[in-house]
Write a protein that binds this ligand. Structure first.
Ligand SMILES: [Zn+2]
Length: 481
């Protein structure tokens, strides 16, 4: 019997975000509870669990947790997290291998590379020889430390990330091969002195698809797997930049040369990642001039999955100004407004302030007349192709009607990429001319099949695609588009 440990801890940091991350944000489960919580989900750990159902293999769950993007993890909370990693690894009993899924762009206070720090805790407890396969998000910031501590590093192949489960499965297969006496691989990589916005990083078409194609065309047989890391751009940290990585057994020079080839293509295409952002007025006018519905307008500078509070009411103000007769729907976070709606009750009319509750630099508060249509606890289950089956919450929520605009207000930041955000609250996006979402790209996988058009607007915010507008201090300016 071989015993395989599994661990899963995912958060993408945004170091510009005004929201600090605590341990509670991860909803960490330990041991058997971790399997109960994550089994059957289309995530990396879901893939680990499924692929390890094999004769002669025992799955040993250590810990699992997921947190929405925010600012750095608080220093004391990160110490507790490291302790969980060390303790669960130490008390797991003898292991033959370890599968770890981390995001790769996670930062704590005083720790730019939290991924490397967590791996170091696991290694400290389990020793340097234990076969360890690591999966990372395509937006990971790959570091020397990560590649030194993991035997193999495997990133997602897709953006929007519809292959989390497959990535977990690939890692598990690689580990099972090693346990069946195949040699342990190593990971080599090449960093690129650049960061690019996420909006044009889709892997189905566009420049990122080109970069992957170059990799697939030139991959030598000695490279078992390779990954292209587009890196999350809103990290003002050391050792920052995109990367290409390759996993190989014994052909490191060849694998390095391969990384170089793919990296060169990535660099050649860097300006193809520039984003055509529209002013809110322009986007709304284009939506109104479009046949069919809905037109989905993304305010990516306020994307909760990219670390923004989600408290922008800018598009509500813009809709009132440029499209007062169009029916539209938008979501924003405003716990004060939810509380006011809750006290007033369904059917009440209230004067309420919306927006700018957390990001006081980029946002303003606006006052509107609103009817309270509905109140709920905000729990919902993701049904689209990413994080499928994950039960999540937007916190207590209220549906308000502001003129022709239906406004879903929630008390917490929420996954904004899945229409279930709206549907769970009785709102069908197909019934609207304009649907506002707050997501860089991931929304395209879910809204694309029924949207008449998808546009991205330029408003200031901590996840703006306009990277030159961000206050970078560590990242050299010539890394930026
Ligand atoms: Zn990502």
């Amino acid at each position: 019997m071989k015993r395989v440990g599994i661990a899963y801890l995912i958060q993408e940091s945004n170091t510009f975000s005004p929201l600090a991350t605590s341990l509670d944000d991860f909803g960490i489960t330990l041991g058997a509870e971790a399997v109960e919580r994550w089994q059957g989900t289309r995530t990396e750990i879901g893939g680990f669990i499924d692929a390890l159902v094999q004769p002669e293999i025992e799955t040993v769950p250590l810990f699992a947790g997921w947190a929405i993007t925010k600012g750095r993890i608080l220093r004391s909370e990160f110490e507790r997290m490291k302790k969980i990693a060390r303790t669960t690894a130490r008390t797991a009993g003898p292991l033959d291998g370890l599968l770890v899924a981390l995001h790769g762009a996670t930062c704590a206070e005083g720790v730019d590379d939290a991924t490397g720090a967590l791996l170091a805790c696991l290694r400290e407890a389990l020793g340097p020889q234990l076969p360890l396969i690591l999966t990372l998000d395509l937006h990971a910031n790959l570091t020397r430390r990560i590649c030194a501590l993991a035997d193999a590093v495997i990133g997602y192949r897709t953006y929007p990330h519809i292959d989390m489960h497959e990535t977990g499965t690939a890692a598990a297969r690689m580990l099972l091969g090693i346990l069946g006496s195949e040699p342990k691989p190593r990971t080599v990589f090449r960093k690129l002195p650049m960061v690019v916005p996420a909006e044009n990083m889709q892997t189905a078409q566009g420049p990122m698809a080109e970069v992957w194609r170059r990799g697939e065309e030139t991959r030598p047989a000695a490279v078992q797997s390779f990954s292209v890391f587009g890196v999350q751009a809103w990290l003002d940290i050391e050792e920052m930049g995109c990367a290409v990585a390759a996993v190989t057994v014994g052909a490191e020079a060849e694998a390095r040369e391969f990384c170089e080839t793919v990296a060169r293509r990535f660099e050649e295409l860097r300006h193809a990642f520039d984003v055509g952002l529209l002013a809110p007025e322009t986007a709304i006018r284009e939506a109104l001039a479009t046949d069919g519905a809905p037109v989905v307008i993304s305010e990516s500078s306020d994307s909760p999955t990219a670390g923004s509070p989600g408290d922008s009411a800018e598009m509500l103000a813009a809709l009132a100004e440029y499209a007062p007769d169009a029916n539209a729907v938008l979501w924003l976070r405003d716990e004060k407004a939810v509380e006011q709606a809750r006290v007033a009750g369904v059917g009440a009319h209230i004067r309420v302030q919306l927006g700018g509750l957390h990001d006081k630099v980029n946002r303003r508060r606006i006052e509107v007349e609103a009817g309270v249509l509905r109140l709920s606890d905000g729990r919902f289950t993701i049904r689209g192709s990413q994080y499928t089956g994950l039960e999540t919450t937007m916190g207590p929520a209220a549906v308000l009607q502001v003129g022709k605009v239906t406004v879903l207000v929630s008390s917490e930041s929420a996954n904004n990429i899945d229409p279930e955000l709206y549907r769970s609250q009785g709102i069908e996006p197909r019934d609207y001319k304009i649907v506002i979402v707050k997501s860089a790209t991931a929304f395209r996988a879910e809204y694309g099949p029924f949207a008449a058009k998808m546009l991205v607007v330029d408003t200031p915010g901590v996840s703006s695609a306009n990277l030159r507008s961000m206050p970078y201090r560590c990242v050299p300016l010539d890394y930026l588009p």
